[in-house]
Design a protein around this ligand. Structure first.
Ligand code: ZN
Length: 501
């Protein structure tokens, strides 16, 4: 195994002085159908290993597959949402290779006859629109899952033994492949991130997948190549596999651009290979040399009838599409009264849907935006996860804001409620009660604390008696300190002035 922790990198700005990057993204979407692609086994996540299996998804001799109609429907809806053409007739194909987690020794996929082809998605990056052209979206099945035990890295190298769980084998996947994305220049990493992020929003809006990157429902492979600046050609690409967050997509593109440039600057050539992304160190390492399609000996699947979706069905499915994302952003911006910058930041943070759901749960757009882009974004960044995966829901944020609005919490106490939410201590109201966080506005308790503050700060009290009301701030601070920040500051001020003037 080569390790490229020590790979030489060219500074990002210098890469762009000499090279034009080309991106390509392959995104696998695991559909949320009730059953698998070609058999009736449950397609649910989790479950005891090797319990959701049958002769078909285990590839036993004599078993016969049958296509899941709902999966075809989801594929067509994804294709239509990506402005694709829908094939009038297409077939499945066998992709032949050996992998221990693939019991049939071939993957049932689509080869030269994908169900969806020639589409596009417009991606917004910093207020600029890039059109990402979609080459194809095809149907296939997932493999099982291997667990390599005993090694340090969790990979097969160095492991003592491996376990295979076939529960995932045969779960329907849609693979969405872009054409090479050129012309993005320095924005290539951001375009890659924005594409995957917007694609996820679209998948969520379609309701065809849970689309959680952390659970592998949505997996991105990032292709990157560099060509000499202005040459108009495409260089040799590498494919970084299974990058599992938006942020990592951006980082992986940036890293590969810098690594490719160093190899090319040194007179070397890029090996066409797959690479592994290492989330912790932010580097890629060499995987396996990339196979050409020829090596897979694709041939049409003889056990499945061709798929021939009628035009009436396609049209009917076209009527079930969610609002176009670009139009939706425009509508929300108007409804929320956000500036272009507010909106751009919200989209850029991957918080559009979260803000939308928080507003739907009763918060004002500005307060929803404040929490998600401030407190939540900071915490997500600290824990190295996407904000959607923090474990705080839009309903939680809306409830916390409602408690602030009604005067039960201030922003400081609200942050302690979020601490409790992240620690899994229950609902905002449960945390509020358990941690005793509510603001105290009871005059008895406040009056005693004010008396203590006056007694401890006689000089400040004298100033206030002399009419220097601005000095009250020091006493309010003392009361707040005594009451752990839980005093109603406005009422404390009133009490101080009542007592001293
Ligand atoms: Zn099965």
């Amino acid at each position: 195994m080569t390790t490229s922790a020590a790979a030489t990198l060219v500074p990002f700005d210098e890469v762009l002085e000499r090279y034009d990057p080309a991106l390509g993204l392959e995104v696998h979407v695991e559909l949320n159908t009730a059953t698998k692609m070609f058999c009736g086994c449950p397609a649910a996540f989790g479950g005891e290993p090797n319990t959701n299996v049958c002769p078909t998804c285990l590839g036993l001799p004599g078993s016969m597959p049958a296509v899941n109609r709902r999966a075809v429907e989801s594929a067509i809806r994804i294709g239509l949402a990506l402005n694709c053409q829908i094939a009038e007739w297409c077939r499945f194909a066998r992709k032949n290779y050996f992998y221990p987690d693939m019991p049939k020794n071939f993957q049932t996929s689509q080869y030269d006859e994908p169900i969806c082809f020639e589409g596009f998605m417009d991606v917004d990056v910093d207020g600029e629109t890039f059109r990402v052209e979609i080459e194809r979206a095809h149907m296939e099945e997932d493999t099982g899952k291997s667990t390599h035990v005993g090694g340090l890295t969790g990979r097969i190298h160095g492991a003592d033994y491996s376990l295979v769980d076939y529960n995932r084998a045969g779960i329907p996947l849609i693979e969405i492949v872009t054409k090479p994305i050129t012309g993005a220049g320095e924005k290539a990493p951001a375009v890659a991130r924005a594409y995957v992020s917007q694609l996820r929003d679209l998948i969520v809006a379609l309701g065809v997948s849970e689309a959680r990157m952390d659970q592998g429902n949505l997996r991105a492979d990032v292709n990157l190549s560099l060509a000499p600046k202005g040459s108009g050609t495409l260089g040799t690409r590498t494919e970084t596999k299974n990058v599992n967050s938006f942020r990592s997509v951006e980082r992986a593109v940036r890293y590969e651009m810098q690594r490719h440039a160093a190899v090319l600057d040194g007179g070397g050539s890029i090996l066409q290979e797959t690479r592994h992304w290492h989330e912790d160190t932010g580097v890629t390492t060499s995987g396996r040399e990339k196979s050409d399609a020829d090596d897979y000996r694709y041939f049409p699947e003889p056990d499945l009838v061709p798929i021939a979706p009628s035009r009436e069905w396609v049209e009917e499915l076209g009527g079930t599409l969610p609002e176009n994302p670009t139009e939706k952003r425009g509508r929300l911006q108007t409804e929320w009264g956000f500036s272009d910058l507010d909106m751009r930041d919200t989209v850029g943070a991957g918080a559009l849907t979260l803000v939308e759901e928080t507003v739907a749960a009763g918060a004002s757009p500005q307060s929803a935006r404040k929490w998600w882009l401030g407190e939540m974004a900071r915490r997500a960044n600290d824990s190295n996860v996407e904000i959607a995966e923090l474990g705080v829901t839009p309903a939680d944020v809306a409830r916390v804001q409602a408690l602030v609005d009604e005067g039960t919490l201030n922003d400081k106490l609200a942050r302690q409620v979020f601490d409790g939410l992240l620690a899994g201590e229950g609902t905002p109201d449960e945390i509020l009660a358990a941690r005793g966080l509510a603001i105290v506005s009871d005059d008895g308790a406040l009056s005693a604390a004010v008396d203590n503050a006056i007694a401890a700060n006689p000089d400040v009290a004298d100033k206030i008696r002399d009419g220097k009301l601005a000095a009250a701030g020091a006493l309010i601070g003392a009361v707040m300190k005594e009451m752990s920040g839980q005093a109603d500051a406005a009422r404390v001020r009133e009490l101080i002035l009542e007592k001293l003037t």
